[in-house]
Design a protein around this ligand. Structure first.
Ligand code: ADP
Ligand code: MG
Length: 725
């Protein structure tokens, strides 16, 4: 850790020193803070706080307002409440079996009540007489008196001020809110002479009406009012979101600057011929999106577009239309799918769609030839593989469909023009880049890239995750689909009805999926559960039918065998773990039973449900669970709606940031205070600001402090892309 600059010791006259930047604060070790000795330093480091910057950006998790919180006299039996109280006494009561109980008497000016902690012997040391604590819990009546059992406790210490910050604290590292408050206060006091610098251009700040960073940072810790706190929170959230958007918009601009794409000739007839030959009219959404894609293809800037479309919305047609533009001009198209099963399915489907199409070919006597589509996966081996590779390199193959085998070394294209990546969330940024890199050819042009996903993402979240891509949305399903009926099952009677209905469908010649409970902790247990369910159903509810089993521990040949038996109706029912791939298409399957559905997330259930409803017959999906009270909101949302975008919004609301964040990039995308759910407006504002800044100053040369702060937060792989001249 670098030594702090002399000025931060406060020795020099303050006026001589410029305001402190985040980089300055990041260079000051937490041990410089008064009261942080070696032991506390270690504890803090364990909690991820190593520098003064880390400390100041450890924001309160909530606040206790002394004037508004309940007083002891207002506590009501059975109603959760927060009270600020003083500890009157603490006592440890030994119980049998080496268990223990700690009791404490606490109170304020209006009265007192008891706290009881079971099996938390350390409470005896933690709670000290006369200390002020915030207690959160549900009062119960015990022997006529109110008490709380195992409440949440925050040590407030002896703070004054109306609003008391409560910090996230880990009991393990044993750093209390009270200590943190003191250290933050010390850090702010010592920063005060120099103030904390604001990297946001003044014009932007005024336009958006934000408080300064200096004010925001002290207010967030020690607000005078909740309104002030909220304004501080907005400003600091904006800063985080601006960093994310600068990275994304910067990446987009760098990409556009560094890459020359093909300017495809749009006058050819192949795309039109293909669309006209389809056995169905395009949906309005398909027409709109094909237009958007065509507009990208017509410019020399390489396309980098995300296509979001719910399961069954017809993304494949859009993908093929795009690849044909490349083929028309003598280039090639490539489609990369995440699994072999999906690649093979795409291959079969696309080949039949393109059955009749011919390619202009000057070298041919007839001036044209049959369009050639090939498959390249790990399973294409030997002579066949050599042949495909040779013909890809010579231009004999027009469209190749494959897995990540496409991005391996040794795969050369004669002229890769359009790349389609299906089911984006399974591929990383690097893999996207690797396939793009295959486009070099002689002229070093970058192919146009269309990334497709069936996982709808709310708009603001998409801006944060895929802000370097343009976004198109297929928000309309082809007509004639009979909507899937979804039924929640949570008692024996409903369970009986469910199996009766499944058997009726099977008797009518339809097929069914039974999805086994997801067991996140262990693949092995999941397989065991699936095997057991398979056995039970075969000898029980479904004894008169042919029941297959599919799980993740099978080899891909075994899986294929099972899938093709299901497809050919050798099996009536497929019992499966979640390995039934996204995109697997068996139109005759009209029933889906998801067991222990509460173990799945909304997005996953929605994807699973998309396996049915692919044919003309009305499909049904039963979401079974043992306990009616678990996962109720999720299940209800699915029963209510089949609209993936609506469900994505619900999902985001229910789950909050946590899970979404785990898929976001670390580094500049690390959000400590901003929220996807709450800060939709700020996300849009941050994006606008990022464009405003980078449009006139693409390398941030004129915004050195912003550039420096960004590089402080960027992960190494992010740096590689960005802001180089
Ligand atoms: P996605 O990949 O978006 O889940 P697909 O491209 O696999 O969807 O299309 C699902 C099914 O809908 C396919 O059988 C396809 O042929 C059919 N389809 C696509 N577009 C239309 C349309 N405009 N009208 C009717 N059927 C369509
Ligand atoms: Mg698809």
């Amino acid at each position: 850790m670098a030594e702090p600059k002399p000025a931060s010791r406060g020795a020099e006259p303050p006026a001589a020193e410029p305001p402190l930047t985040y980089r300055d604060l990041a260079a000051i070790d937490i041990a410089k803070i008064k009261g942080v000795g070696e032991k506390r330093r270690e504890a803090l480091r364990e909690a991820g706080i190593a520098s003064v910057l880390d400390l100041l950006t450890t924001y309160p998790r909530r606040y206790v307002d002394r004037t508004n919180e309940a007083h002891v006299e207002n506590l009501v039996e059975g109603v959760e409440a927060v009270v600020l109280v003083k500890v009157r006494n603490v006592r440890r009561v030994p119980l049998r079996n080496r268990r223990s109980m700690v009791t404490a008497m606490v109170g304020d000016a209006t009265g007192s009540f008891g706290l009881t902690f079971f099996n938390q012997p350390w409470r005896e040391r933690q709670l000290k007489t006369d200390q002020e604590i915030a207690v959160f819990g549900k009062p119960e009546r015990f022997r006529g008196k109110l008490q709380m059992t195992n409440p949440l406790v925050d040590i407030v210490g002896n703070r004054t001020g109306r609003i008391v910050p409560i910090y996230p604290q880990s009991e393990k590292s044993n750093v209390t809110t009270w200590e943190l408050t003191g250290w933050v206060e010390n850090a702010l006091e010592r920063a005060a002479p120099r103030t904390i610098s604001d990297p946001l251009p003044a014009a932007q700040r005024e336009r958006l009406g934000f408080v300064s960073r200096n004010a925001a940072l002290s207010t967030i810790h020690f607000p005078d009012s909740i309104v002030d706190k909220e304004r501080a929170r907005e400003r600091l959230s904006f800063d985080e979101l601006l960093r994310v958007q600068l990275v994304l918009v910067g990446r987009k601009k760098a990409f556009e600057r560094d890459n020359t794409g093909l300017k495809h000739d749009m006058s050819g007839a192949m795309q039109k011929a293909f669309l006209q030959a389809l056995p169905f009219p395009l949906t309005g959404a398909q027409r709109r999106v094909i237009k958007e894609v065509n507009a990208d293809l017509a410019t020399p800037v390489p396309m980098h577009r995300l296509l979001q479309g719910d399961v069954g919305s017809g993304k494949t047609v859009v993908a093929v239309a795009a690849m044909l533009v490349a083929v028309q001009g003598g280039h090639q198209g490539a489609l990369m799918a995440p699994t072999e099963v999906l690649a093979e399915q795409h291959f079969a489907g696309i080949r039949s769609l393109l059955d009749e199409l011919r390619v202009p070919d000057d070298g041919n006597l007839f001036g044209e030839r049959q369009l050639r589509v090939e498959l390249l996966t790990g399973r294409v081996t030997g002579e066949r593989r050599r042949e495909v590779l040779a013909d890809l390199a010579s231009g004999g193959v027009d469209i190749v469909i494959g897995t990540h085998a496409l991005i391996q070394e040794g795969v050369e294209f004669s002229s890769l023009g359009v790349v389609v990546i299906d089911e984006q969330h399974r591929f990383g940024v690097e893999q996207r880049a690797a396939l793009r890199g295959k486009g070099a050819g002689e002229k070093h042009t970058t192919p146009d890239v269309l990334v497709m996903t069936a996982t709808p993402i709310p708009r603001t979240a998409a801006l944060t995750h895929y802000g370097d891509l343009e976004v198109s949305v297929l928000d309309e399903l082809p007509p004639g689909r009979t909507p899937i009926k979804t039924i929640a099952v949570d008692d024996d009677e409903a369970r009986r009805d469910m199996w009766v209905a499944v058997r009726e469908a099977l008797d009518a010649g339809q097929q069914a999926y039974v999805v086994c409970p997801m067991i996140a902790e262990s693949d092995k247990l999941e397989v065991a559960a699936a095997e057991e369910i398979h056995e039970q159903l075969r000898s029980g509810e479904l004894r008169d039918y042919k029941v297959g089993l599919l799980h993740g521990r099978m080899s891909s040949t075994e899986k294929d065998e099972v899938m093709s038996k299901f497809r050919s109706r050798t099996y009536d029912v497929l019992v499966s773990t979640t390995v039934i791939e996204v995109g697997v298409d068996v139109p005759n399957a009209t029933c889906m039973v998801v067991l222990d559905a509460d173990r799945f997330g909304i997005a996953q259930l929605h994807q699973l449900r998309g396996r049915v409803g692919r044919g003309k017959i009305a499909s049904r999906c039963w979401l079974e669970r043992k306990d009616k009270t678990v996962g109720e909101e999720r299940i209800n949302a699915l029963v209510e709606s089949t609209d993936g975008f609506y469900l994505a919004e619900v999902d985001l609301e229910l789950r909050g940031e946590g899970t979404l964040m785990s898929t976001a990039q670390k580094g500049a995308g690390d959000l400590k205070i901003a929220s996807f759910v709450r800060d939709k407006r700020l996300i849009v504002q941050a994006r606008e600001a990022a464009f405003a800044i980078l449009d006139t100053d693409p390398t941030l040369a004129k915004h050195p402090e912003l550039a420096d702060e960004l590089s402080l937060f960027l992960a190494p792989e992010e740096k590689e892309f960005l802001f180089k001249d």
